[in-house]
Design a protein around this ligand. Structure first.
Ligand code: GUN
Ligand code: FE
Length: 477
């Protein structure tokens, strides 16, 4: 069948080995936006980008439909996949109570593999539909359910890093939800690493992650064992760092140092290690992280509920730290990186200006310059890719074609472009408008490795319906 005889929608399903005629944007570096107008992108047979040409030959290229804008897929650097089951609830208490009251009991349910598969499938479908093509996931302590999450990501085509949560300290973890020993935590982690690395047809789509939950939930022996495993396996690392007054203080009391220093001591502060929150990191902690090549998952929405402070994003960027955004499902009540990025801009403005009108303007805020939509766009795409050391997040030769198409003409969407937004001079404004106004109906295509992964949902599953009905009739969420 020649290209001319395939409909646009069919042709856009699998772009491997094709040439694409498109318009769009990317941010290959912080602060630099590049616009493409009727450009030509050529993909290799494995979905890698072979070339991107502003004035390429359109002969034989598949055109994106009118009104579609192509951007790199969004990267979510911090997701608690099991917590999707409580998204939008349970945000009425501080972190330390939230963990014990709501979150550990919920995560304990993931011993049930059917329940895990149900929640994880819904999450990955929903994230892809929102344009999140890469995600760094915490699973639970359970090896089989963690392996299931990795298999679901692979089957659905989300580029994903998946970690079995390690938590073994009886002082902070309940008896029915913890690794029974440090050795169990390390061996369970090793089993998941081996499983993910051995998955058939896993060509750079799903990766294992060493995942100490946070210092308070892990014994020294556990952290030490995971540090050794990190050196041995070369796997990615993720954890929480200096998230709240309570958490930061707990580590100071127990270890006599900051979180960043403790992670360094255990061999866990290094390249391809991503730490969430960091609202209470000192300047010297930020320096230590930068020197060690560690990255931050900035979770601006979750921080409102749990952190009691705003992450010093500008300071981190000025030190050259890799920073991406994290939804922190369900500490942040959305899986949308659009909403997360918008909150990232808002949080930076609040940090700059301060909050108390009774204070004189010059003493009211931190003085750290806010980020704008261009920097937020970078952080949501290439910033996340760079933090993970993965070739994603920009339209650059050698990177993976992980991309999303925004249909700006979708009537059910929330993007409304009036003629003044379309003028030659103001195309930067188009990116700004997209960043602020896109919603799920606008997302018309979601590719990883050149294959379209967007499943338009036609119904809900029987298990979901049964559990929703039971919850609503019993009014228990
Ligand atoms: N610290 C330890 N566990 C968690 C978690 O699940 N969410 C958040 N936000 N912080 C944590
Ligand atoms: Fe978290």
């Amino acid at each position: 069948m020649s290209l001319a005889t395939i409909t646009g929608a069919q042709a856009l399903g699998d772009l491997r080995g094709c040439k694409l005629l498109f318009s769009g944007f990317h941010a290959p570096e912080l602060g630099r936006i590049e616009e493409f107008r009727n450009a030509i992108l050529t993909l290799g047979d494995d979905g890698t980008i072979l070339s991107v040409e502003h004035d390429g030959d359109p002969e034989g290229a598949i055109p994106l439909p009118e009104g579609w804008v192509l951007i790199p897929g969004l990267v979510d650097l911090h997701v608690h996949a099991p917590q999707y089951a409580q998204l939008g609830t349970a945000l009425d208490v501080p972190l330390e109570d939230w963990l014990q009251t709501y979150t550990f009991p919920l995560e304990a349910r993931f011993a049930d593999l059917d329940y895990a598969a149900e929640v994880y499938s819904a999450l990955i479908d929903d994230m892809l539909a929102l344009g999140t093509t890469t995600a760094l996931h915490f699973a639970t302590i359970h090896v089989p359910a963690t392996q299931k999450l990795a298999e679901i990501c692979l089957a659905k085509g989300q580029r994903a890093l998946v970690g079995k949560v390690a938590m073994d300290d009886p002082a902070q973890c309940p008896p029915d939800y913890r690794d029974s020993t440090a050795q169990d935590a390390v061996e369970g982690t090793r089993a998941v690493i081996d499983h993910i690395n051995g998955l058939p047809d896993n060509n750079g789509m799903v990766f294992p992650v060493i995942t100490p939950r946070f210092v308070p939930s892990c014994t020294d022996a556990c952290l030490e064992g995971l540090g050794k495993l990190a050196t041995e396996s070369g796997a990615h690392i993720q954890s929480h760092i200096s998230e709240s007054d309570w958490q930061h203080g707990y580590v100071k009391d127990r270890c006599g140092c900051s979180d960043a220093q403790a992670f360094e001591r255990f061999g866990l502060l290094r390249d391809n290690a991503v730490f969430a929150h960091g609202t209470h990191l000192s300047d010297s902690d930020l320096d230590l992280m930068a020197q060690n090549g560690a990255a931050v998952a900035h979770c601006p929405l979750s921080n409102v509920y749990f952190s009691g402070a705003v992450f010093p994003l500008r300071k981190a960027l000025e030190r050259g730290l890799d920073v991406g955004f994290g939804s922190d499902v369900s500490g942040g009540p959305t899986a949308s990186m659009w909403e997360t990025a918008r909150m990232g801009i808002s949080a930076s403005r609040i940090r700059e200006s301060g909050v108390e009108a009774a204070q004189p303007v010059e003493r009211r805020g931190s003085g750290d310059k806010h980020i704008d939509f261009r920097e937020a766009f970078y952080i949501a795409t290439r910033g996340g890719g760079a933090a993970l050391g993965l070739p994603v997040g920009a339209f650059v030769q050698g990177m993976k074609f992980d991309a999303i198409a925004i249909n700006t003409l979708e009537p059910a969407g929330t993007v409304r472009i009036w003629p003044e937004g379309k003028t030659e001079a103001s195309n930067d404004l188009l990116l700004e408008k997209l960043l602020y106004t896109v919603s799920k109906p606008n997302i018309a295509g979601v590719w990883t490795d050149g294959m379209n992964r967007l499943q338009k949902k036609t119904g809900i599953t029987a298990v979901y319906k049964a559990s929703m009905t039971a919850s609503i009739s019993g009014i228990q969420f």
